[in-house]
Design a protein around this ligand. Sequence first.
Ligand code: GDP
Ligand code: MN
Length: 398
Amino acid sequence: MRIHEFQARQMLADAGIPVPSGRMVQTVAEAVGAAQAAFADGATQVVIKAQVHAGGRGKAGFVRLVNSAEAAREAATFMFSHRMISPQTPPEGLEVKRLLVAAAVDIKREFYLAVTVDRANRTNTLIACAEGGVEIETVAHERPEAIIRQPIDPLVGLHPFQARRVGLALGLRGKPLTAATDILLRLAKLTQASDASLCEINPLVLTPPEDGAPAGRVLAIDAKFSFDDNALFRHESISAMFDEAEENPAELRAAEFGLSYVALDGNIGCLVNGAGLAMSTMDLVPLHGGEPANFLDVGGSASEEAVAEAFRIILSDQRVAGVLVNIFGGIMPCDRIARAVVAAARTVGFNSPLVIRLEGTNVGPAREILHESSAAIPQMQIATDLADAARRIVAAVA
Ligand code: GDP
Ligand code: MN
Protein backbone atom coordinates (compact mmCIF):
# COMPACT_ATOMS: atom_id res chain seq x y z
CA MET A 1 0.00 0.00 0.00
CA ARG A 2 1.21 3.45 -0.87
CA ILE A 3 0.39 6.74 0.83
CA HIS A 4 0.49 10.38 -0.22
CA GLU A 5 3.42 12.71 0.31
CA PHE A 6 1.52 14.80 2.88
CA GLN A 7 0.90 11.65 4.90
CA ALA A 8 4.50 10.47 4.61
CA ARG A 9 5.71 13.93 5.69
CA GLN A 10 3.52 13.66 8.78
CA MET A 11 5.05 10.26 9.58
CA LEU A 12 8.54 11.72 9.15
CA ALA A 13 7.70 14.63 11.43
CA ASP A 14 6.23 12.24 14.03
CA ALA A 15 9.48 10.25 13.86
CA GLY A 16 11.46 13.42 14.65
CA ILE A 17 12.76 14.12 11.14
CA PRO A 18 12.64 17.84 10.21
CA VAL A 19 10.03 18.61 7.54
CA PRO A 20 8.79 22.09 6.49
CA SER A 21 5.22 22.73 7.64
CA GLY A 22 2.45 22.25 5.11
CA ARG A 23 -1.25 21.66 4.63
CA MET A 24 -3.22 19.30 2.40
CA VAL A 25 -6.03 21.01 0.47
CA GLN A 26 -8.78 19.84 -1.86
CA THR A 27 -9.97 23.04 -3.53
CA VAL A 28 -8.38 26.10 -5.17
CA ALA A 29 -9.86 28.35 -2.47
CA GLU A 30 -8.31 26.23 0.27
CA ALA A 31 -4.98 26.30 -1.55
CA VAL A 32 -5.05 30.10 -1.69
CA GLY A 33 -5.98 30.23 2.01
CA ALA A 34 -3.14 27.89 2.96
CA ALA A 35 -0.65 29.90 0.89
CA GLN A 36 -1.79 33.16 2.51
CA ALA A 37 -1.42 31.57 5.95
CA ALA A 38 2.12 30.39 5.08
CA PHE A 39 3.11 33.88 3.84
CA ALA A 40 1.59 35.43 6.97
CA ASP A 41 3.67 32.93 8.95
CA GLY A 42 6.87 34.34 7.46
CA ALA A 43 7.42 32.13 4.40
CA THR A 44 8.92 34.07 1.50
CA GLN A 45 8.09 31.30 -0.95
CA VAL A 46 5.44 28.61 -0.95
CA VAL A 47 5.49 25.33 -2.83
CA ILE A 48 2.31 23.86 -4.35
CA LYS A 49 2.54 20.10 -4.97
CA ALA A 50 0.08 17.67 -6.56
CA GLN A 51 -0.68 14.73 -4.27
CA VAL A 52 -0.86 11.63 -6.46
CA HIS A 53 0.67 8.20 -6.01
CA ALA A 54 3.44 8.81 -8.53
CA GLY A 55 6.70 10.69 -8.72
CA GLY A 56 8.15 12.81 -11.48
CA ARG A 57 5.86 15.69 -10.53
CA GLY A 58 8.59 18.29 -10.64
CA LYS A 59 9.42 17.70 -14.30
CA ALA A 60 5.72 17.44 -15.19
CA GLY A 61 4.99 20.93 -13.78
CA PHE A 62 3.09 19.67 -10.75
CA VAL A 63 5.52 21.06 -8.17
CA ARG A 64 5.46 24.86 -8.38
CA LEU A 65 7.17 27.52 -6.30
CA VAL A 66 5.05 30.66 -5.86
CA ASN A 67 5.67 34.09 -4.38
CA SER A 68 2.10 35.31 -3.94
CA ALA A 69 -1.41 34.11 -3.18
CA GLU A 70 -2.37 34.97 -6.77
CA ALA A 71 0.37 32.72 -8.15
CA ALA A 72 -0.77 30.01 -5.73
CA ARG A 73 -4.28 30.30 -7.17
CA GLU A 74 -2.94 29.94 -10.70
CA ALA A 75 -0.80 26.89 -9.86
CA ALA A 76 -3.65 25.20 -7.94
CA THR A 77 -6.12 25.88 -10.76
CA PHE A 78 -3.73 24.33 -13.27
CA MET A 79 -3.11 21.22 -11.17
CA PHE A 80 -6.78 20.56 -10.41
CA SER A 81 -7.73 20.91 -14.07
CA HIS A 82 -4.97 18.85 -15.70
CA ARG A 83 -4.03 15.21 -15.38
CA MET A 84 -0.49 14.64 -14.13
CA ILE A 85 1.53 12.66 -16.68
CA SER A 86 5.04 11.39 -15.89
CA PRO A 87 7.07 8.24 -16.64
CA GLN A 88 5.64 6.88 -13.37
CA THR A 89 1.95 7.30 -14.30
CA PRO A 90 -0.26 5.40 -16.77
CA PRO A 91 -0.13 7.05 -20.24
CA GLU A 92 -3.42 8.88 -19.63
CA GLY A 93 -2.01 10.35 -16.41
CA LEU A 94 -3.62 10.75 -12.99
CA GLU A 95 -6.38 13.06 -11.84
CA VAL A 96 -5.22 15.45 -9.11
CA LYS A 97 -7.66 15.60 -6.19
CA ARG A 98 -5.40 16.97 -3.46
CA LEU A 99 -2.55 19.41 -3.19
CA LEU A 100 0.06 20.04 -0.55
CA VAL A 101 0.75 23.69 0.19
CA ALA A 102 3.98 24.02 2.13
CA ALA A 103 6.55 26.59 3.14
CA ALA A 104 9.32 26.38 0.54
CA VAL A 105 12.96 26.20 1.51
CA ASP A 106 16.13 27.49 -0.14
CA ILE A 107 18.26 24.65 -1.40
CA LYS A 108 22.03 24.42 -1.41
CA ARG A 109 22.30 20.70 -2.05
CA GLU A 110 19.83 17.85 -2.73
CA PHE A 111 20.44 14.26 -1.56
CA TYR A 112 18.64 11.02 -2.25
CA LEU A 113 17.85 8.83 0.73
CA ALA A 114 15.87 5.61 1.03
CA VAL A 115 15.50 2.53 3.14
CA THR A 116 14.14 -0.44 1.25
CA VAL A 117 14.11 -4.21 1.34
CA ASP A 118 17.10 -5.95 -0.22
CA ARG A 119 15.55 -9.35 -0.92
CA ALA A 120 18.82 -10.97 -2.03
CA ASN A 121 20.51 -9.90 1.20
CA ARG A 122 17.40 -10.51 3.35
CA THR A 123 17.80 -7.18 5.09
CA ASN A 124 16.64 -3.63 4.82
CA THR A 125 19.22 -1.50 3.05
CA LEU A 126 19.97 2.18 3.29
CA ILE A 127 20.47 3.77 -0.12
CA ALA A 128 21.89 7.26 -0.47
CA CYS A 129 23.24 9.50 -3.18
CA ALA A 130 24.94 12.89 -3.05
CA GLU A 131 23.19 13.83 -6.29
CA GLY A 132 19.54 13.64 -5.29
CA GLY A 133 16.59 15.38 -6.88
CA VAL A 134 14.70 14.94 -10.09
CA GLU A 135 17.61 13.37 -12.02
CA ILE A 136 18.17 10.45 -9.63
CA GLU A 137 17.01 7.81 -12.17
CA THR A 138 19.56 9.08 -14.70
CA VAL A 139 22.36 9.08 -12.11
CA ALA A 140 21.46 5.55 -10.97
CA HIS A 141 21.42 4.38 -14.57
CA GLU A 142 24.53 6.10 -15.89
CA ARG A 143 26.75 6.08 -12.80
CA PRO A 144 25.59 3.27 -10.48
CA GLU A 145 28.82 3.74 -8.48
CA ALA A 146 27.42 7.08 -7.24
CA ILE A 147 24.80 5.18 -5.25
CA ILE A 148 25.81 4.35 -1.68
CA ARG A 149 24.40 1.16 -0.15
CA GLN A 150 24.50 0.19 3.50
CA PRO A 151 22.87 -3.10 4.61
CA ILE A 152 20.98 -2.84 7.92
CA ASP A 153 21.23 -5.62 10.49
CA PRO A 154 17.64 -6.78 11.14
CA LEU A 155 18.27 -7.34 14.84
CA VAL A 156 20.31 -4.30 15.90
CA GLY A 157 19.19 -1.88 13.22
CA LEU A 158 21.38 0.75 11.57
CA HIS A 159 24.50 1.42 13.66
CA PRO A 160 25.32 5.07 14.40
CA PHE A 161 28.78 4.57 12.84
CA GLN A 162 27.17 3.31 9.63
CA ALA A 163 24.88 6.34 9.49
CA ARG A 164 27.84 8.67 10.06
CA ARG A 165 29.83 6.92 7.35
CA VAL A 166 27.00 7.48 4.87
CA GLY A 167 26.68 11.12 5.95
CA LEU A 168 30.41 11.60 5.35
CA ALA A 169 30.14 9.92 1.95
CA LEU A 170 27.41 12.43 1.09
CA GLY A 171 30.02 15.12 1.69
CA LEU A 172 28.54 16.45 4.93
CA ARG A 173 30.63 17.76 7.82
CA GLY A 174 30.00 19.45 11.17
CA LYS A 175 26.45 20.19 12.33
CA PRO A 176 24.78 19.09 9.06
CA LEU A 177 26.60 15.74 9.37
CA THR A 178 25.24 15.28 12.90
CA ALA A 179 21.75 16.24 11.68
CA ALA A 180 21.90 13.86 8.70
CA THR A 181 23.20 11.00 10.88
CA ASP A 182 20.23 11.47 13.20
CA ILE A 183 17.82 11.53 10.22
CA LEU A 184 19.30 8.31 8.78
CA LEU A 185 18.96 6.50 12.10
CA ARG A 186 15.38 7.68 12.54
CA LEU A 187 14.46 6.75 8.95
CA ALA A 188 15.86 3.23 9.36
CA LYS A 189 13.89 2.79 12.60
CA LEU A 190 10.71 4.15 11.07
CA THR A 191 10.99 1.79 8.08
CA GLN A 192 11.31 -1.26 10.28
CA ALA A 193 8.70 -0.20 12.84
CA SER A 194 6.08 0.53 10.17
CA ASP A 195 6.79 -2.61 8.08
CA ALA A 196 7.47 -0.36 5.13
CA SER A 197 8.88 -1.83 1.95
CA LEU A 198 10.13 1.61 0.94
CA CYS A 199 10.70 4.87 2.82
CA GLU A 200 12.21 7.33 0.38
CA ILE A 201 13.19 10.95 0.91
CA ASN A 202 14.11 12.64 -2.37
CA PRO A 203 15.31 15.21 -1.92
CA LEU A 204 16.75 15.56 1.54
CA VAL A 205 18.12 19.09 1.36
CA LEU A 206 20.87 21.13 2.90
CA THR A 207 19.86 24.80 3.06
CA PRO A 208 22.28 27.72 2.61
CA PRO A 209 23.59 29.32 5.83
CA GLU A 210 20.84 31.09 7.72
CA ASP A 211 20.26 32.79 11.06
CA GLY A 212 20.67 30.23 13.83
CA ALA A 213 22.13 27.67 11.41
CA PRO A 214 25.41 29.05 9.99
CA ALA A 215 26.18 25.70 8.33
CA GLY A 216 22.64 25.25 6.99
CA ARG A 217 19.75 23.02 8.01
CA VAL A 218 18.99 19.49 6.81
CA LEU A 219 15.33 18.86 5.90
CA ALA A 220 13.16 16.32 4.10
CA ILE A 221 11.09 18.04 1.41
CA ASP A 222 9.61 15.06 -0.42
CA ALA A 223 8.71 11.57 0.77
CA LYS A 224 7.38 8.43 -0.83
CA PHE A 225 6.43 5.44 1.35
CA SER A 226 5.01 2.01 0.59
CA PHE A 227 4.04 -0.65 3.07
CA ASP A 228 3.88 -4.42 3.06
CA ASP A 229 0.16 -5.23 2.63
CA ASN A 230 0.58 -8.42 4.63
CA ALA A 231 1.64 -6.42 7.69
CA LEU A 232 -1.10 -3.78 7.53
CA PHE A 233 -3.24 -5.65 10.05
CA ARG A 234 -0.87 -4.50 12.77
CA HIS A 235 -0.77 -0.85 11.71
CA GLU A 236 -4.24 0.60 12.09
CA SER A 237 -3.09 4.19 11.64
CA ILE A 238 -1.33 3.31 8.38
CA SER A 239 -4.26 1.28 6.99
CA ALA A 240 -6.47 4.28 7.72
CA MET A 241 -4.45 6.31 5.19
CA PHE A 242 -5.54 4.02 2.32
CA ASP A 243 -6.85 6.19 -0.53
CA GLU A 244 -9.23 4.27 -2.75
CA ALA A 245 -9.21 7.02 -5.36
CA GLU A 246 -5.53 6.32 -6.13
CA GLU A 247 -6.01 2.60 -6.82
CA ASN A 248 -6.79 0.80 -10.07
CA PRO A 249 -10.63 0.34 -9.89
CA ALA A 250 -10.45 -3.15 -11.43
CA GLU A 251 -7.89 -4.24 -8.83
CA LEU A 252 -10.11 -2.89 -6.04
CA ARG A 253 -13.16 -4.79 -7.31
CA ALA A 254 -11.12 -7.96 -7.67
CA ALA A 255 -9.95 -7.70 -4.07
CA GLU A 256 -13.59 -7.42 -2.95
CA PHE A 257 -14.33 -10.79 -4.59
CA GLY A 258 -11.20 -12.42 -3.21
CA LEU A 259 -9.49 -12.48 -6.62
CA SER A 260 -5.83 -11.61 -7.05
CA TYR A 261 -5.74 -9.33 -10.07
CA VAL A 262 -2.95 -7.20 -11.45
CA ALA A 263 -3.52 -5.16 -14.62
CA LEU A 264 -0.76 -5.49 -17.26
CA ASP A 265 -0.19 -3.98 -20.70
CA GLY A 266 -1.12 -6.71 -23.20
CA ASN A 267 -4.42 -7.71 -24.87
CA ILE A 268 -4.92 -11.33 -23.75
CA GLY A 269 -7.08 -11.58 -20.66
CA CYS A 270 -6.03 -14.49 -18.45
CA LEU A 271 -8.33 -16.27 -16.01
CA VAL A 272 -6.41 -18.83 -14.03
CA ASN A 273 -6.76 -20.73 -10.76
CA GLY A 274 -3.76 -20.80 -8.48
CA ALA A 275 -0.93 -18.27 -8.29
CA GLY A 276 1.68 -20.72 -9.63
CA LEU A 277 -0.38 -21.62 -12.68
CA ALA A 278 -1.15 -17.93 -13.21
CA MET A 279 2.57 -17.14 -13.14
CA SER A 280 3.26 -19.93 -15.66
CA THR A 281 0.52 -18.50 -17.87
CA MET A 282 2.32 -15.13 -17.76
CA ASP A 283 5.35 -16.94 -19.23
CA LEU A 284 3.42 -19.16 -21.60
CA VAL A 285 1.56 -16.42 -23.46
CA PRO A 286 4.69 -14.37 -24.39
CA LEU A 287 6.48 -17.61 -25.30
CA HIS A 288 3.90 -18.01 -28.08
CA GLY A 289 4.07 -14.38 -29.16
CA GLY A 290 1.23 -12.82 -27.13
CA GLU A 291 1.05 -10.31 -24.28
CA PRO A 292 -1.08 -10.91 -21.15
CA ALA A 293 -3.51 -8.11 -20.24
CA ASN A 294 -3.52 -9.17 -16.62
CA PHE A 295 -2.55 -11.61 -13.92
CA LEU A 296 -5.68 -13.11 -12.40
CA ASP A 297 -5.90 -15.89 -9.86
CA VAL A 298 -9.51 -16.88 -9.06
CA GLY A 299 -8.28 -19.02 -6.19
CA GLY A 300 -8.66 -22.74 -5.62
CA SER A 301 -12.44 -22.84 -5.33
CA ALA A 302 -13.29 -21.01 -8.58
CA SER A 303 -16.98 -20.62 -7.73
CA GLU A 304 -19.40 -19.51 -10.44
CA GLU A 305 -19.75 -16.06 -8.83
CA ALA A 306 -15.99 -15.60 -8.64
CA VAL A 307 -15.51 -16.74 -12.24
CA ALA A 308 -18.32 -14.47 -13.48
CA GLU A 309 -16.80 -11.51 -11.65
CA ALA A 310 -13.37 -12.43 -13.04
CA PHE A 311 -14.78 -12.33 -16.60
CA ARG A 312 -16.38 -8.94 -15.93
CA ILE A 313 -13.16 -7.49 -14.54
CA ILE A 314 -11.05 -8.86 -17.40
CA LEU A 315 -13.49 -7.59 -20.04
CA SER A 316 -13.78 -4.15 -18.43
CA ASP A 317 -10.25 -3.54 -19.71
CA GLN A 318 -10.77 -1.99 -23.17
CA ARG A 319 -7.53 -3.48 -24.46
CA VAL A 320 -8.62 -7.09 -23.96
CA ALA A 321 -9.12 -8.76 -27.36
CA GLY A 322 -9.55 -12.34 -26.14
CA VAL A 323 -9.63 -14.42 -22.97
CA LEU A 324 -7.59 -17.45 -22.03
CA VAL A 325 -9.04 -19.61 -19.26
CA ASN A 326 -6.41 -21.90 -17.79
CA ILE A 327 -7.68 -24.12 -14.97
CA PHE A 328 -6.31 -27.07 -13.09
CA GLY A 329 -9.03 -28.98 -11.26
CA GLY A 330 -7.69 -30.48 -8.07
CA ILE A 331 -9.85 -30.51 -4.97
CA MET A 332 -12.48 -28.68 -7.00
CA PRO A 333 -13.06 -31.07 -9.95
CA CYS A 334 -12.89 -29.86 -13.56
CA ASP A 335 -16.54 -30.58 -14.36
CA ARG A 336 -17.73 -28.18 -11.67
CA ILE A 337 -15.32 -25.55 -12.89
CA ALA A 338 -16.40 -26.14 -16.50
CA ARG A 339 -20.03 -25.59 -15.49
CA ALA A 340 -19.06 -22.41 -13.66
CA VAL A 341 -17.07 -21.11 -16.65
CA VAL A 342 -19.88 -21.87 -19.11
CA ALA A 343 -22.51 -20.29 -16.88
CA ALA A 344 -20.32 -17.24 -16.24
CA ALA A 345 -19.48 -16.80 -19.94
CA ARG A 346 -23.21 -16.86 -20.71
CA THR A 347 -24.30 -14.51 -17.90
CA VAL A 348 -21.55 -12.03 -18.67
CA GLY A 349 -22.19 -12.34 -22.41
CA PHE A 350 -19.32 -11.30 -24.67
CA ASN A 351 -18.12 -11.93 -28.22
CA SER A 352 -14.34 -11.86 -27.91
CA PRO A 353 -12.49 -15.10 -28.57
CA LEU A 354 -12.35 -17.46 -25.61
CA VAL A 355 -9.90 -20.34 -25.27
CA ILE A 356 -10.32 -22.83 -22.45
CA ARG A 357 -7.73 -25.26 -21.21
CA LEU A 358 -8.77 -27.61 -18.40
CA GLU A 359 -6.78 -30.39 -16.79
CA GLY A 360 -7.09 -32.50 -13.66
CA THR A 361 -9.80 -34.38 -11.79
CA ASN A 362 -12.86 -35.26 -13.97
CA VAL A 363 -11.39 -33.62 -17.05
CA GLY A 364 -13.36 -36.02 -19.31
CA PRO A 365 -16.85 -34.99 -18.14
CA ALA A 366 -15.61 -31.37 -18.09
CA ARG A 367 -14.69 -31.46 -21.79
CA GLU A 368 -18.14 -32.91 -22.54
CA ILE A 369 -19.78 -30.00 -20.74
CA LEU A 370 -17.73 -27.57 -22.80
CA HIS A 371 -18.53 -29.36 -26.08
CA GLU A 372 -22.25 -29.34 -25.23
CA SER A 373 -22.10 -25.57 -24.67
CA SER A 374 -20.19 -24.71 -27.81
CA ALA A 375 -23.38 -23.80 -29.68
CA ALA A 376 -24.28 -21.30 -26.97
CA ILE A 377 -20.73 -19.88 -26.82
CA PRO A 378 -19.62 -20.00 -30.48
CA GLN A 379 -16.43 -18.02 -29.90
CA MET A 380 -15.15 -20.68 -27.48
CA GLN A 381 -12.28 -23.00 -28.41
CA ILE A 382 -11.30 -25.97 -26.28
CA ALA A 383 -7.55 -26.49 -26.06
CA THR A 384 -5.87 -29.84 -25.54
CA ASP A 385 -2.87 -28.61 -23.53
CA LEU A 386 -1.00 -25.51 -22.36
CA ALA A 387 0.92 -24.86 -25.59
CA ASP A 388 -2.16 -25.48 -27.72
CA ALA A 389 -4.12 -23.03 -25.55
CA ALA A 390 -1.48 -20.33 -25.87
CA ARG A 391 -1.18 -20.80 -29.64
CA ARG A 392 -4.94 -20.65 -30.10
CA ILE A 393 -5.49 -17.46 -28.10
CA VAL A 394 -2.51 -15.71 -29.69
CA ALA A 395 -3.84 -16.61 -33.18
CA ALA A 396 -7.37 -15.56 -32.20
CA VAL A 397 -6.39 -12.03 -31.16
CA ALA A 398 -3.85 -11.49 -33.96
P1 GDP B 1 8.92 14.89 -7.50
O1 GDP B 1 9.41 15.49 -8.77
O2 GDP B 1 7.57 14.27 -7.68
O3 GDP B 1 9.89 13.95 -6.88
O4 GDP B 1 8.67 16.13 -6.47
P2 GDP B 1 9.67 16.83 -5.41
O5 GDP B 1 8.88 17.20 -4.23
O6 GDP B 1 10.86 15.99 -5.14
O7 GDP B 1 10.09 18.16 -6.13
C1 GDP B 1 10.85 18.16 -7.31
C2 GDP B 1 11.94 19.22 -7.25
O8 GDP B 1 11.33 20.49 -7.02
C3 GDP B 1 12.91 19.03 -6.10
O9 GDP B 1 13.94 18.14 -6.44
C4 GDP B 1 13.41 20.45 -5.91
O10 GDP B 1 14.46 20.72 -6.81
C5 GDP B 1 12.19 21.30 -6.27
N1 GDP B 1 11.55 21.73 -5.02
C6 GDP B 1 10.58 21.07 -4.33
N2 GDP B 1 10.29 21.73 -3.19
C7 GDP B 1 11.08 22.82 -3.15
C8 GDP B 1 11.27 23.89 -2.21
O11 GDP B 1 10.67 23.98 -1.16
N3 GDP B 1 12.21 24.83 -2.54
C9 GDP B 1 12.96 24.78 -3.69
N4 GDP B 1 13.86 25.73 -3.91
N5 GDP B 1 12.81 23.78 -4.59
C10 GDP B 1 11.89 22.82 -4.32
MN1 MN C 1 10.96 13.82 -5.18
